[in-house]
Design a protein around this ligand. Structure first.
Ligand code: AMP
Length: 432
């Protein structure tokens, strides 16, 4: 076979989202956007690619996402561009660029976007993946931390997931807070250097807190007795964290304190959280977020404290599927996500096919999902298509019906059917 006849396949680490799964996928994204918008987070869209410097400065040059995983390329004008590996840096850039920070605060935004990271693909870890997220910028009052976390938690629960919420505060960069703690941690890691995995030794000076994220067994054992940040927070960060916990308690949001939780990206300060589900195996995080009070300045803007989260849609769907198959239930409680066709027209003959197209169009324009046969299949084949479409009704148009200006409306769940006038069809379907 010549090279141009070899079938082209999707790039490694990418997925096609096909029906029927694509319905659930879309529905989950819509549920996220609705939940976020109901809490006042307006939609925002930013470019899929950005100046590479945005992520180097914003996400941080010591984070793995920047050093190893970015899709960076030069365009024809010689600019270095990068497919976004995460959503926050682009949103904060847009806020600064368009001076939204000079308007009413906080600025509350939500996004639903593809992200790109060159990772080693495995279950739940892809090179192109979809995140939904929110960002709240312009205040560091702990009520907003609690709001952001509650909005994420309630969306996941509305989707039918039962995540565990891990919560921590990682302080801020000051000698009496995280900077001082980092020195203590580096001392501890140096003292245990020969017990750590070689990969983790390399990171001691550049990003010591990431050692808590190591998947290496040897390192995990050492880190169990490492000093933790929450014992080294300054008074202001301790107080901030206490208030965040207090508000979450008020809201009935259940969390587990995890002093070893550090987030992968460099810009985080104070509140850090993650939603995990043990059934996902090694890729157990559905999403997470935290406060990023210094990010706007890193990007050249005025000080603008912020907090947000990103949740992985691919991962949430995996979790839902596994959680429900282990419970033996087929449908999720929270959202259905299925075809939107209510009436499927079964038409015998050309004249009936034309009438079916007219009637289906009329129903669609009035807001009722409708579909029809376009392949001139026989009655049996069309009835099968009707069942496959997920429609509640088959509307059958044969010679007799046509002559009488009627359709035979068959309820596909009960099998009951009745002849009704074409003019009554819409009202009949609406009343159910
Ligand atoms: P992060 O920005 O790394 O904190 O990721 C937030 C969430 O996005 C994770 O918890 C996952 O649900 C999802 N996510 C991150 N990276 C990937 C990936 N490579 N493939 C699929 N989902 C991902």
């Amino acid at each position: 076979m010549s090279a141009d006849r070899v079938p082209v396949r999707a790039p490694k680490g990418t997925n096609d989202i096909l029906p029927p799964g694509s319905f659930r996928w879309q529905e989950l994204v819509r549920l996220a956007q609705d939940s976020f918008e109901r809490a006042g987070y307006a939609p925002v869209e930013t470019p899929t690619f950005e100046d590479t410097a945005l992520f180097e400065r914003g996400v941080g040059e010591t984070s793995e996402v920047v050093t190893k995983q970015m899709y960076t390329f030069e365009d024809l004008g010689g600019r270095s561009l990068t497919l976004r590996p995460e959503g926050t840096a682009g949103v904060v850039r847009a806020v600064i660029e368009h001076s939204l920070d000079r308007g009413p605060l906080p600025i509350k935004l939500n996004y639903a976007s593809w992200m790109f990271r060159q990772e080693r693909p495995q279950k739940g870890r892809y090179r192109q993946f979809f995140q939904v997220g929110i960002e709240a910028m312009g205040t560091d009052h702990p009520t907003i931390d609690a709001e952001v976390i509650q909005v994420g938690d309630s969306f996941l629960r509305a989707a039918g997931a039962t995540p565990t919420l891990l919560l921590n505060s990682i302080g801020h960069l000051a000698d009496d807070c995280r900077t001082g703690y980092n020195r203590t941690l580096v001392g501890f890691l140096r003292d245990h250097e020969d017990e750590l995995a070689p990969e983790d030794v390399k990171r001691i000076d550049t990003n010591p807190m990431r050692t808590f994220d190591s998947k290496e067994e040897k390192t995990i054992v050492v880190m169990a007795s490492a000093p933790v940040i929450t014992d080294h927070l300054c008074d202001a960060c301790t107080e901030h964290f206490a208030q965040v916990k207090g508000y979450l308690d008020d809201l009935g949001v259940i969390y587990t304190l995890e002093p070893r939780l550090v987030r992968g990206l460099d810009y985080y300060t104070r509140t850090a959280f993650e939603f995990v589900w043990s059934g996902l195996g090694s890729q157990n995080a559905m999403g997470g977020g935290g406060r990023y009070d210094g990010l706007a300045e890193m990007l050249g803007g005025n000080p603008l404290p912020g907090i947000g989260f990103a949740l992985g849609v691919d991962r949430i769907l995996l979790a839902l599927n596994e959680e429900h198959s282990s419970r033996g239930t087929r449908e999720q409680e929270g959202f259905q996500g299925g075809p939107k066709v209510e009436v499927y027209f079964v038409a015998i003959g050309d004249e009936a096919a034309g009438e079916a197209l007219r009637l289906a169009t009329r129903l669609r324009l009035s807001g009722i999902g409708a579909d029809l046969d376009h392949a001139r299949r026989g009655m049996k084949g069309q009835m099968k298509d009707a069942a496959r479409s997920g429609a509640k009704y088959a509307a059958i148009l044969g010679d007799e019906e046509l002559a009488a200006g009627q359709v035979t409306l068959r309820d596909l769940t009960t099998g009951e059917q009745e002849r009704i006038s074409i003019t009554d069809l819409e009202a009949r379907v609406r009343t159910g």
